[in-house]
Design a binder for this molecule. Sequence first.
Ligand SMILES: [Zn+2]
Length: 213
Amino acid sequence: MRRRLSTLIAVLEVIVRNLIDLTGQQFGRWRVLAIHPERRRYGKNSKSIFVLWRCRCDCGVEGIVFGCNLRRGLSKSCGCAAHEATRRRNTKHGHAVRGQVTRAYVAWQHLRQRCLNPNNQDYANYGGREPPITVCDEWRDDFLAFHADVLDPPDGLSLDRPDNDRGYAPDNWRWADAVTQRRNQRPRPKRKTQRPHVSAHHRAADDFIPPPF
Ligand SMILES: [Zn+2]
């Protein structure tokens, strides 16, 4: 009987301790709005009772949070604070944010792919051609350096190299429309047709054009 009573008192103590009114208090981004009617039991024989609080985060999201997590600083926001910190860590500039990648960033990624990635479908005409089309050291791994030179592309224009035989560099770029780009392209090698192997001597003879009579 005694033991039962002491257990009961212990449980009541937990309840009272948890019932310290947190309403109106601020924990990180959480502001406590009101106590939540639900109680959760935890621990051995479910002796511990946890009180839940209805809170509103600075960002406007409401949530139900354990009082003990608020007091111990284990819950400081709806999750937006951690999310923002991750985004800050992963974003050195505002150009690569998922869903709103800028055209300048796409242009930089594509030129690197064409010139540096042998698995890219256009590599043969860029990094894989002779002499290869290169990306200058300043631009290769530094988007901000690239962007400082080329800025944002005007609508409808894409990145082009005025000198088609030289790589991407601060003195060999322009934003050009598709017509200009096509005019500037070197003639693509014609598709090889199936021809029986002939020696150089015979090929010369094939190409011989007789003088007009
Ligand atoms: Zn939030």
